[in-house]
Design a protein around this ligand. Structure first.
Ligand SMILES: N[C@H](CCC[C@H](N)C(=O)O)C(=O)O
Length: 281
């Protein structure tokens, strides 16, 4: 069986995309494990399926490199918007909707020479109630709460953008972190019944944020859209940034701009098509 795919990335967070308007992808969990592996597969942070929807222009499903299904993907949804626009699947419209396991999201596309360059995504409201994130703690929110990992105390702020995030602000340069060692210890920490995506953040002198991320199900990625949203929200909750102002998040693979309002969280960033191909499964 042949399947056509498109390799795309948002700030280096790269997935293998399948247009399921004209093909069916069997067993996406196993396929994501197989294709994400760089030596015997294609290499990537997972796979994303783009399918018809009766309540939006398309439906997006994302599978991490370990085969687990994510409920939302910020970098992925910008790439889905690009795929739809560049392949004439939006009737020329630059305001489109994409359905996800975390609800329908609206994208405003910026286009040039007939191609989508970037998008501003209304990512929906940040969720702060611990049990809805979920994190096994009581109270209304988790802001700068202590968590012990490897006998070291970190202070975490927990936010859901439809998927769970643990945001750690620190003074030590995040580039010096041994993420391979401590990332899994946060991901599998008993406080997080559904595991967690963990962001490690420096507040820079100009007020922008520098972030590295260990993603649930994929390990270190070069960017995380939902994680950048969670980081922008956490920065406001901790007094490092302000609501209703643009917050620039510097990631290994590029920059995202976040704006946290009373109603929602906006994320703005680019999307890139790398190559198209075909696989035999
Ligand atoms: N690993 C995440 C899904 C991918 C999110 C990330 N790549 C983004 O851009 O938001 C999870 O299991 O919740």
């Amino acid at each position: 069986m042949k399947l056509a795919f498109t390799k795309m990335h948002g700030c280096g967070n790269n997935y293998i995309y399948f247009n399921c308007f004209d093909q069916t992808v069997p067993d996406p969990e196993s396929l994501s494990i197989k294709l994400s592996e760089p030596h015997f597969g294609i290499g990537g942070d997972g796979i994303i399926l783009i399918s018809p929807s009766d309540k939006a222009d398309a439906q997006m499903r994302i599978f991490n490199a370990d085969g687990s299904e994510g409920k939302m993907c910020g970098n992925g949804i910008r790439c889905v918007g690009k795929y739809l626009y560049d392949n004439d699947m939006t009737d020329g419209r630059t305001t489109i909707t994409i359905d996800t396991l975390s609800g329908v999201k609206t994208l405003e596309l910026t286009v040039k020479d007939g191609k989508m360059q970037s998008a501003r995504v209304d990512m929906g409201a940040a969720i702060l109630a611990p049990r809805e994130i979920p994190v096994d703690m009581d109270g209304e929110n988790v802001i700068s709460a202590p968590i012990v990992v490897d006998e070291k105390v970190y202070h975490m702020t927990c936010v859901s953008m439809g998927n769970p995030h643990c945001v750690i602000f620190q003074k030590e340069d995040v580039d010096d972190l041994d993420l391979t060692r401590i990332g899994p210890k946060f991901e599998h920490h008993p406080l997080f019944p559904e595991r967690v995506n963990t962001e490690f953040v420096n507040v820079l002198p100009d007020g922008s944020l520098k972030m590295r991320v260990w993603e649930r199900g994929s390990g270190e990625t070069w960017a995380c859209g939902t994680g950048s949203c969670a980081t922008g929200v956490a920065a406001c909750l901790n007094g490092f940034a302000n609501k209703n102002e643009d917050i620039v998040v510097h990631l290994r693979g590029g920059d995202l701009t976040i704006r946290y309002t009373d109603e929602t969280v906006f994320m703005t960033g680019a999307a890139t098509t790398v190559f198209k191909g075909e696989i035999e499964i």
